[in-house]
Structure formats: C-alpha cells, structure tokens
Design a protein around this ligand. Structure first.
Ligand code: AMP
Length: 188
C-alpha cells in the first residue's frame, strides 16, 4: 500500500502519519522532516534551505527530488510508503508518478485531511510553543497557507481524476480522526 497524506500546514499530518505507518507497517516519507534534519545537521543543503523554509516558501524541486529518490531507493523493499508533505506541486506529482512507475509501484489512496483556517492557525501557534519550529509563526503561516492553496491544493485534482482521493474531517480528537482514516484504509 502506497499512500499520500495531503492537508494544509497544521492539519495534523505528522500526528496521523505516525499512527498510520505504525498500523499498516509503512515507511514514513516526510519531506519536511528530511529537510529539517538537513538543517539541524548543518549540511550544505541544510544551510542553503533554512532561509527558504523559514520564509514559508517551497524548497526547489531539484533539492527535494534528489532527497526523495535516495530515500525511495534505500527503502524499496518496504511494505509501502506514506508520502507526507510530498508532492507539493504538479511537477513533483509528475515526477513521483515516474519514480513509482520505474519501480513498478502505484499510489493506492490519497488521504486529504480537511481543517478550517481558524483551527489551523490555533494548532500552528500552539505547536510553535511546544516544538519551537522557526516556521511556526503567524507571518510564515500566512505564507505557507498561501503556498498550499496556490501550489499544492491543485495537485489533489491530479489524484481525484484517478478516483484515489478520500476526504477526511480533520477536526476533533486525534483518535477519532485516526478511526476515520482507518475505516477507509481497511477497505482498500
Ligand atoms: P512541512 O513539515 O511538510 O510543513 O514542511 C515544512 C517546510 O519544508 C515547507 O514550508 C517547505 O518550505 C519545505 N518543504 C517540505 N516539503 C517540501 C516539498 N515537497 N517541496 C518543497 N518544499 C518542501
């Protein structure tokens, strides 16, 4: 099973991703986590991208795709992938199709976590106090939401045209949201 988890910043993708990969024994591929790891390890890439991430814009496809390719190659014997935070634009979606086709793999389902803007704002600002992420502030959040709605949300059509998208109400208790996701994935 290969899944994509879509949703705006603050929708709870990271939290739900951890529960999904545990239950369905998938490998979690979060481009945000991989990029933050590069930054905290102060690699060349990490230094180059920190300003971009902290401004809420997208890192170049070139950097992200290189990382993704290596990650998929290293984990191609796994049970499947959960893509979280990727693809973020149409070019990335096309490249993911190609990468998976080369490995004879396919996307099984796309989970879309739907959360209203006010709840997103509250969650991001509360996360900023707990986790201290430099991009979890009001100004960057506005940019991240703008980027999500202009570049990422249109990509959902790429998958709904293939009948793969399942929308989930992402507001409520973590376990209730997880049950909503499981009830759909158990039927896949
Ligand atoms: P996230 O943890 O998914 O919210 O990602 C945090 C930040 O990392 C984003 O605001 C982007 O700057 C960058 N990022 C994460 N995934 C991607 C991606 N697939 N393409 C480009 N930039 C990304």
């Amino acid at each position: 099973m290969n899944l994509i988890l879509f949703g705006p910043p603050g929708a709870g993708k990271g939290t739900q991703a951890a529960l999904i990969v545990d239950k369905y024994k998938l490998v979690h591929l979060s481009t945000g986590d991989l990029l933050r790891h590069e930054m905290s390890s102060s690699t060349e890439l990490g230094k180059e991208i920190s300003e971009i991430i902290n401004s809420g814009k997208l890192v170049s496809d070139h950097h992200v795709l290189k990382m993704i390719k290596i990650f998929i190659e290293n984990n191609k014997k796994s049970n499947g992938f959960l893509f979280d935070g990727f693809p973020r634009n149409q070019d990335q979606a096309n490249l993911l199709d190609k990468l998976l086709a080369d490995l004879d793999l396919k996307i099984t389902s796309v989970i879309l976590l739907e959360v209203d803007k006010e709840s997103l704002r509250e969650r991001i600002l509360s996360r900023s106090q707990k986790e201290g992420r430099a991009d979890d502030n009001e100004e960057t959040l506005i940019k991240r939401l703008e980027v999500y709605f202009s570049e990422t949300e249109p990509v959902i059509a790429h998958y709904s045209n293939k009948g793969l998208v399942k929308s989930i109400d992402g507001v409520g208790e973590i376990n209730d949201i997880n049950q909503r996701i499981n009830s759909i994935l158990d039927l896949v």
